[in-house]
Design a protein around this ligand. Structure first.
Ligand code: PSU
Ligand code: MN
Length: 308
């Protein structure tokens, strides 16, 4: 690990070298590993996705807080720890100072991964699904900090949209209010993670990674300070029908209510319950869509690096 003078980040040498040379780097998050999938599928997914990024010509930079240090680019042992150690906290932006000061391990969400990626100089970040406006948020006010962060941090987040554990329509409304561009890749519909459809349109569409890269460059050349949500639908061959998944999600939401889960534990609880209730079917789709996002996101990062 190299430490720039007084840098709060530990950046792996391979990542630092690529960034210094203007070569493409793709950020990856760690909450999806620690709190988004069961062991050992989570660590296998993390390794596979890093391999896909490499095969497509970029350097992977998985981001987490390790022993109180925000770290960009992880070792195989780090990935194993994040996947299997129950002491790893779920860390969003508001939690960063606390986990650093107390020296703990933290798995970073979309929001905190974006922030650390931006600090390191990484512009493209691949994940599975975004956080958003929870169903019933008009009463609970449960809106993910992922949306706030998208409004103020210049990183493109490649996802398969948002799960219908959230209110997808309200999530798109809030993104619009916050001035966050949402662009569909080869789709007119905003994808709902497990399915290519959601019944809601994407506000804008592009068809190739090169076009997405041009849009990113244009957005940031204008001095706009926001991120960009790049919505990449799950491949048809891996998609679940709405009929398959809707019942599972309704049941998971009812269980969360009955158990009384609150705050930051809601999303991890629902993700775990969905895997259980679908007998692992949803996990296979989840892994397939993250891999697909890694392919497309890396192509965007490669095209973006070529524009510099
Ligand atoms: N949605 C998923 N998989 C995930 C998450 C969301 O389909 O792993 C994780 C991401 O890390 C996301 C976080 O940033 O949950 C959102 O949590 P919250 O709703 O508490 O902001
Ligand atoms: Mn929340």
């Amino acid at each position: 690990m190299t430490d720039a003078p007084r840098s709060p980040l530990a950046v792996a040498p391979e990542v630092a070298d690529a960034l210094a040379a203007g070569q493409p780097v793709v950020a990856l998050e760690s909450t999806i590993i620690s709190h988004g999938m069961p062991y050992p599928q989570n660590v296998a997914m993390a390794r596979t996705v890093e391999g896909i990024v490499r095969e497509h010509g970029a350097v992977p930079a998985t981001i987490a807080v390790l022993r109180g240090r925000p770290t960009v680019g992880l070792s195989a042992d780090d990935l194993e720890l994040l996947a299997s150690d129950a002491s790893v906290r779920k860390v969003s932006v508001r939690d960063l100072g606390h986990v650093v000061a107390t020296g703990g391990h933290g798995a970073t969400t979309v929001a905190s991964t974006m922030r650390i990626a931006a600090l390191a100089g990484i512009e493209v970040f691949v994940t599975g699904g975004l956080g958003g406006v929870h169903r019933g948020a008009e009463r609970s006010m449960d809106v993910s900090a992922d949306l706030t962060e998208l409004s103020r941090t210049k990183v493109a987040v490649v996802s398969a949209g948002v799960k219908s554990i959230l209110d997808i329509g309200l999530t798109l409304e809030v993104l619009e209010t916050l001035g966050v561009p949402v662009v569909g890749v080869g789709t007119d519909e905003f994808p709902s993670f497990f399915s290519r459809s959601s019944g809601l349109l994407v506000p804008m569409r592009l068809d190739t990674p090169a076009e997405v890269a041009s849009m990113l460059r244009a957005t940031w050349d204008l001095g706009l300070e926001s991120g960009v949500a790049v919505a990449n639908p799950v491949p048809e061959s891996d998609e679940m029908t709405r009929a398959d998944i809707d019942g599972v999600i309704d049941r998971a939401l009812a269980d969360a209510d009955a158990v009384g889960v609150v705050g930051k534990d809601i999303t991890p609880y629902l993700l775990g319950r969905i895997v259980e209730l679908s007998d692992g079917r949803s996990l296979r789709t989840n892994i397939a869509l993250v891999e697909h996002n890694a392919r497309v996101g890396t192509q965007v990062a490669v095209a973006l690096a070529a524009l510099r």
